[in-house]
Design a protein around this ligand. Sequence first.
Ligand code: TXA
Ligand code: MG
Length: 317
Amino acid sequence: FPTETVYGLGGNALDPKASMKIYAAKGRPSDNPLIIHIADIRDLDKIVTEVPEKARILAEKYWPGPLTMILPKADIVPKETTGGLDSVAVRFPSDRIAQELILAAGGYVAAPSANTSGRPSPTTAGHVAEDLGDAIDMIIDGGQVNIGLESTIVDFTEEVPVVLRPGYISLEMLQETLGEVRMDKGLIKPDSKVHPKAPGMKYRHYAPKADLTLVEGETEAVVETINRLAGEKLAEGRKVGIICTDETKDRYPAGMLESIGARARQETVAHNLYAVLRDFDDRGAEYIFSEGFSEDNLGRAIMNRLNKAAGYHILKV
Ligand code: TXA
Ligand code: MG
């Protein structure tokens, strides 16, 4: 089913058998917990034991919307849904189709992104059909999603709220609302020994089939380097994709070119990111070179997904 972020693969969150079926359809490890989606704020108290003041403030401000909160779970939530954890992830999506489905289903829908584990998240019903068409009962087609990246996850199980996954609701926005908020240490340095706290963030997912390299630096140097590297691979007879921006799209003479959006409008980049990665898969790209983006506001979420898609294969020029 569609949500404002990405398509979700839903099942009854309070039924352990339904959660097991979700893991099976996705090919997802069952220690990677699911998000419970609600569509009425009054339904929150039944699935958590406590809602800290700061979580109430965020719910008030950003729900319904692309925000997931980690809270201590109530007994009614099966361990199968939370991957064995004592906490539970909860989100109240703003998409109207999602809301109606959740209410029709009894109020609590567990849903990961509706992709095969390891592939980019789906932003159209077609993407879902490609990955899961044979494994699931129905797809509700709500057209292309609005945001295009998964929700921001904020953990409230510690004193200071921690961002476990950056998204459309940025660190800057959260800090403005709550004061002190920090990023999960496991997200900051790819080479660090600290594991991300959200189990799902440790996998190299969001990944295309091709070998993706991110090239970061001043525009001139980036364009020149990508053209040189692409040229080398093309000379070897390889299929090469280049991810550029509206600002630079006239500057790459060779290779398969796709603009990911306008650098000046970060939301366009978020919107197209996964579709571009899937497109290059469909076109058989073996190597992809992408421009990098600034890591402020929504850029933090964009770079988090691109870094993971590239397996942290980054060139600074
Ligand atoms: O935008 C979204 O959040 C989409 C749509 C469908 O709502 N859903 C989504 O779900 O992205 P999924 O399963 O692909 O990602 C959920 C992430 C995983 O990284 C998981 O490890 C983490 O949330 N997570 C879930 N419950 C958690 C918990 N109790 N503690 C820490 N991390 C948790
Ligand atoms: Mg996912």
